[in-house]
Design a protein around this ligand. Structure first.
Ligand code: SF4
Length: 405
C-alpha cells in the first residue's frame, strides 16, 4: 500500500529561503486554484486505476494547503476520499501556516477526517520571521494553535527553524520554550538552508562579497538587499558551531520533556511519530499528486511538472503530467544508498533483515569498504536487529552518509 502525498502549490507570499515549488497568491490570479483543483481531479481519477488499492497514510503539503477557502478545502478532501477512500485510523496530515487558519477551516478539515496537523511556525519572534520573509506574526501562530486545539486536533506538529539571520541561542530557546508550552505531540526542528536561487541565498552571497566587484555588480540587481544594507538590517547568520549548539540544546531540552528524537530533525511523544514520513525514510512506496508532486513506485520515480496551467491542460488532453526530465528508474545501488541515507537519519537505524530481504544482501557486506574506514570509530553501531548511527554524530551526519552513495 503506498502512501499518498497531495501537493498544494500556493502560498500567501514566498518566504525568502524557500526552494519549494509554490505560487505566491499576491502575484497570481485566485482562479489558479480552481484550475489546480480541476487538474487534480483528473489526475486522481487516472492514478486510482493504476495504483494498488488502499492508502497507508495521507499528507497534504505544499505550499500552504490552508490558503484554500472552506469550499475549496471541502472539494479537495471530498475528492481524495472519493478516489482513495481511507478509514479514520489512517494518519491524515495537512500542513498549514499561521494567518491562513480560521476556526471554521480548522473545524471543517477535522470533521472531514484530517487527524494530524503540521503548523509552520518557524519562530515566535516577529523580527526573526521578518528577516526571512515570513508573512505571519507570532500572534497569528498562537491563534492558529488555539483554533486547531479547539477543533479537536490531538496530534499537532509544530515546525521551528534555527540558524535564522540575527538569531541567538536565547532567541531560539525562547521559541522552543513557547512551543513546548502548547504541549505539541510532535516537533520538527530544521536548520535554515541557503538554497541557490532563493532571495536569501542571493542576499547572503552578495552580502559576503559586498566589498568586491562581484558584490558591487550583484548589488545593483538587488534593490531589497541595498535597502537592507542601508538600513543596517542584513543580519548575521549564526555560525555552524552556533547552529550545532542550538540543535544540541533542543535535543536535551525536548528529551527532558519526554520527546524522542526519532529522526535527526523530528521529535515526538511516544506513539506520535509521523507514520507518513517514517514510511518514506524506510523506503516505502509513495504516490505524489498535484503539480510538482513526486512519486516512487516499484523503483520508478517521477515528478509532475511544476506549472499549474500546463499540468491541468495536459491532463485535460488525456496526456501525462509527468516532467520527462524528472522521470527515472532507480538502480538497485541507488535504492540501497537511499535506504542507508534516510534510514541512518532515524534513531532506530536501518533494519538489517529488512535490508537483506529487499536487496538480497547483508548491508555489512555491500558497504564493507565504508565500514572498514570507520572501524576504529564509534560512528556506526549494530544493536539487535538494527544498524544505526551514533546520535552524537547526527548533526554532522550528512558528509558521512554521502559515503553510501
Ligand atoms: S510558506 Fe512554506 S512553502 Fe510557502 S513559501 Fe514559505 S516556506 Fe515555502
Amino acid at each position: 500500500m503506498p502512501s499518498l502525498y497531495v501537493h498544494v502549490p500556493f502560498c500567501l507570499q514566498k518566504c525568502d529561503y524557500c526552494g519549494f515549488y509554490s505560487h505566491s497568491l499576491k502575484n497570481s490570479s485566485p482562479d489558479l486554484i480552481s484550475v489546480y483543483l480541476e487538474g487534480l481531479e483528473i489526475e486522481m481519477a487516472k492514478r486510482q486505476k493504476d495504483t494498488p488499492p488502499g492508502v497507508s497514510s495521507l499528507f497534504i503539503g505544499g505550499g500552504t494547503p490552508t490558503i484554500l477557502s472552506e469550499r475549496q478545502l471541502e472539494g479537495l478532501l471530498g475528492m481524495i476520499q472519493r478516489y482513495f477512500p481511507m478509514n479514520p485510523e489512517v494518519e491524515q496530515t495537512m500542513e498549514g501556516n499561521p494567518g491562513t487558519i480560521t476556526a471554521g477551516k480548522a473545524r471543517l478539515i477535522r470533521d472531514l477526517g484530517i487527524n494530524r496537523f503540521s503548523l509552520g511556525i518557524q519562530s515566535f519572534d516577529d523580527d526573526l520571521l521578518r528577516n526571512v520573509g515570513r508573512v505571519h506574526t507570532a500572534v497569528k501562530a498562537r491563534e492558529a494553535i488555539a483554533h486547531l486545539r479547539s477543533a479537536g486536533f490531538e496530534n499537532l506538529n509544530l515546525d521551528l527553524m534555527f540558524g535564522l539571520p540575527g538569531q541567538g541561542l536565547q532567541d531560539w530557546q525562547a521559541s522552543v520554550e513557547e512551543a513546548l508550552s502548547y504541549s505539541p505531540e510532535h516537533l520538527s526542528l530544521y536548520g535554515l538552508m541557503l538554497e541557490e536561487g532563493t532571495p536569501l541565498f542571493e542576499q547572503y552571497e552578495v552580502g559576503n562579497g559586498i566589498n568586491n566587484t562581484k558584490g558591487a555588480s550583484l548589488r545593483k540587481q538587488s534593490f531589497r538587499l541595498e535597502q537592507k544594507v542601508e538600513e543596517g538590517c542584513l543580519k548575521t547568520l549564526p555560525s555552524e558551531d552556533q547552529q550545532a549548539e542550538m540543535h544540541e540544546w533542543a535535543v536535551r531540552r525536548l528529551g527532558m520533556e519526554g520527546y524522542r528524537n526519532y529522526e535527526t530533525s523530528n521529535f515526538a511523544l511516544p506513539g506520535y511519530e509521523c507514520r507518513h514520513n517514517l514510511g518514506y525514510w524506510r523506503g516505502a512506496d509513495y504516490l505524489g499528486m498535484g503539480p510538482g508532486g513526486v512519486s516512487c513506485l516499484n523503483r520508478m520515480r517521477w515528478k509532475n511538472i511544476e506549472d499549474v496551467c500546463a499540468y491541468k491542460n495536459l491532463l485535460s488532453e488525456g496526456k501525462s503530467p509527468i516532467d520527462e526530465t524528472g522521470q527515472e528508474e532507480l538502480s538497485l545501488q541507488e535504492c540501497m544508498a537511499e535506504r542507508m541515507i534516510l534510514g541512518l537519519r532515524l534513531e532506530s537505524g536501518v533494519h538489517l533483515k529488512e535490508f537483506e530481504i529487499d536487496f538480497g544482501t547483508d548491508l555489512r557486506d555491500i558497504y564493507r569498504s565504508v565500514l572498514e574506514r570507520y572501524k576504529d570509530t564509534d560512528i556506526f553501531i549494530v544493536e539487535g536487529e538494527y544498524f544505526r548511527l551514533n546520535p552524537r554524530y547526527s548533526f554532522v551526519a550528512n558528509s558521512i552518509l554521502q559515503e553510501f552513495v
